[in-house]
Design a protein around this ligand. Structure first.
Ligand SMILES: Nc1ncnc2c1ncn2[C@@H]1O[C@H](COP(=O)(O)OP(=O)(O)O)[C@@H](O)[C@H]1O
Ligand SMILES: [Mg+2]
Length: 310
């Protein structure tokens, strides 16, 4: 029977409580059943992210694959839809799916991700090129990000009022203006939805391929803003943070062929949302404690810095 990584089991149970514990207990059986059905045998230890366990597998006479089984959560429903639309363009191929089990059999790529690359320009450029490749028309049935704008605005107002935070009135107003002006008018373009360096893996068919998409229809600059937010801790080492942020915007938007100003505005909104999220829920990397506070303060600084830039 396949071993479920201990950290994955613990993280799931911490986050999901009893429902998570029940699912973790069932998971080895689910994996075994799917391996049998799809003619696979395990080929190495399981990897994991925050929501899914990923088992490398071999299939007789077919390319190496991985079995990914995600925690059954609404946020994980559209991952296979996105892979199916891309058909291998900029992302790993989808071989099989079992939606009831939140399971997929995916093309296997290398066990190395873009987060391991040291050259910051290269990280951002590759993420931009991937974003460009993923930007194709979104089919009906995928979640439209424009429909979330109302809820985003409400959360911003509530968080700004309820939480203790150092963000100025102007930072909040600028974020709300972005939601109003960009949030509600997003195109029907398929975007990744959780674009960051650890979700871009080294491959052979293309040099890098995306995994772990949310599969939203929305503005590709939303992904650019998210990417920038996730680079903030890496940029902190720079002598001049403002210049480093400007550089990230330049490199990403040139590779992705998208508008720089739009991307800056989305990044500002993402930073404000993350500053509030960190205060309410913590981050995956640090749910509480001093590391959580450091990350929250990084988001405060980024939000402020992106507000001042016009
Ligand atoms: N197609 C794949 N080929 C090889 N390794 C993969 C593949 N998909 C995922 N992985 C490995 O599993 C990890 C978690 O996968 P991911 O889809 O990002 O899960 P999560 O949704 O939990 O974040 C990745 O960081 C990577 O190490
Ligand atoms: Mg991931």
């Amino acid at each position: 029977m396949i071993g479920i990584p201990e950290a994955f089991a613990r993280g799931t149970i911490e986050r999901e409580g009893e429902v998570g514990a029940t699912w973790i207990a069932e998971l080895p059986v689910i994996v075994t059943e799917l391996l049998g059905r799809w003619g696979c045998v395990p080929d190495g230890g399981a990897a994991h992210g925050g929501v899914g366990v990923v088992v490398p597998v071999r299939r007789h006479g077919a390319a190496d694959a991985v079995l990914k089984v995600s925690f059954p959560h609404p946020g994980n429903v559209h991952e296979p839809d996105a892979f199916a639309v891309w058909g291998g363009r900029g992302a790993v191929r989808l071989y099989e799916r079992d939606d009831a089990r939140f399971a997929m059999l995916l093309e296997r790529v290398r066990a190395s991700d873009l987060g391991e690359v040291e050259d910051e320009d290269e990280v951002v450029r590759v993420a931009g090129l991937i974003s460009r490749r993923l930007a194709v028309p979104a089919p009906p049935g995928l979640p439209r990000l424009r429909e979330r704008a109302g809820a985003w605005e409400e959360s911003l107002r509530r968080d700004a009022e309820e939480l203790a935070h150092p963000l100025s009135r102007r930072v909040i107003d600028v974020a709300v203006a972005t939601v109003r002006e960009l949030g509600g008018t997003q195109p029907d373009v398929l975007i990744h939805g959780d674009l960051h360096a650890r979700n871009i893996l080294r491959a052979d068919r293309e040099p890098w391929l995306a995994v772990d998409p949310k599969g939203y229809a929305g503005d590709p600059a939303y992904d650019g803003g998210n990417l920038l937010k996730t680079r903030a801790p890496a940029l902190l080492g720079a002598d001049d943070l403002r210049r480093a942020v400007d550089r990230t915007l330049d490199v990403f938007t040139e590779a992705a062929e998208i508008d720089r100003e739009r991307t800056r505005r989305w990044a500002q909104l993402h930073a404000v949302q993350a500053a509030f999220w960190g205060r309410r829920h913590g981050f995956r990397r640090a749910r509480s404690g001093p590391q959580r506070d450091v990350l929250t303060e990084i988001m405060d600084s980024l939000a402020q810095l992106l507000t001042d830039r016009s």
